[in-house]
Design a protein around this ligand. Structure first.
Ligand SMILES: NC(=O)c1ccc[n+]([C@@H]2O[C@H](COP(=O)([O-])OP(=O)(O)OC[C@H]3O[C@@H](n4cnc5c(N)ncnc54)[C@H](OP(=O)(O)O)[C@@H]3O)[C@@H](O)[C@H]2O)c1
Length: 220
């Protein structure tokens, strides 16, 4: 269970002033390398609605077949739009939407459209913040998934990190950039995580102007 995020120096998950990226090209290429060896990449429906991401491994190597991870969305109310990029590319690499079983009947129409588009809808018990993550991880374990890359956003990172479900944190920090936007200020700051939790060994690598902090999370 690897939780990965990119943050500005002041702990925001989006850059100020309408810029698209926090990190530079070499850090972003490294994320694609990581996706390549993961069983799956996970985001919350908040990120899906905000960014419409693809979550594929795109390394630009045309003559080498690229292994694609499955893509997984936490979405208790099935708000994932059938026309989003993830759903439209479900035939290329698998898309799973983890939702809450109790309201499945109410969402039957929406579920049907997603399934028709090639998405697998996983019905799980309700947890404190939405989908019950322990039940989800049990299911992924039964499927023999190994590495799961949790790519955010803030609410999902908080559930995994503070729920003691992460084994490793991968945090890209652009030390030159400040972030946030009025009315849209998702924040998840490694400094705050360090204050709240005991973290283990830490390794730092430079990717151009960005730094990657790799931290192991001790269990037990
Ligand atoms: N810099 C980065 O690395 C990075 C990465 C990703 C996203 N972002 C940014 O982060 C922002 C989105 O953050 P966000 O916090 O709104 O969205 P998010 O964390 O991606 O999604 C949160 C939603 O996921 C659903 N969910 C279901 N089960 C959950 C669980 N167990 N724990 C937590 N959430 C669960 C909830 O919606 P339901 O109640 O409807 O299920 C919840 O509102 C965007 O601005 C995006 O650009 C930045």
């Amino acid at each position: 269970m690897i939780c990965k995020w990119a943050q500005t120096a002041d702990g925001f998950l989006i850059p100020a002033g309408g810029q698209q990226w926090i990190t530079g090209q070499s850090a972003r290429t490294h994320v694609h390398e990581i996706r390549r060896w993961c069983s799956g990449v996970l985001v919350g429906v908040g990120t899906l609605l905000a960014d419409d991401p693809l979550l594929t491994c795109r390394l630009g190597v045309s003559d080498v077949p690229i292994r694609q991870p499955a893509r997984l969305v936490l979405d208790s109310q099935l708000r994932t739009p059938p026309e989003c990029q993830l759903v439209r590319t479900a035939a290329t690499s698998p898309v799973l939407i983890a939702t809450v079983a109790e309201s499945a009947a109410l969402k039957a129409g929406r579920a049907q459209k997603l399934v028709h588009a090639g998405v697998e809808v996983l019905e799980l018990p309700r947890g404190r913040e939405g989908v019950n993550l322990e039940a989800l991880l049990d299911e992924l374990g039964r499927r023999e998934w190994t590495y799961l890359l949790v790519e955010g956003g803030a609410r999902v990172l908080s559930s995994f990190v503070y729920g003691q479900l992460a084994d490793e944190l991968l945090v890209f920090i652009n030390p030159q950039m400040s972030g946030g936007e009025p009315g849209r200020r998702p924040r998840f700051d490694l400094a705050a995580v360090r204050d709240r939790m005991t973290l283990g060994a830490e390794y730092v690598t430079e990717f151009g102007p960005d730094r990657l902090y790799r931290l192991l999370v001790p269990h037990g």
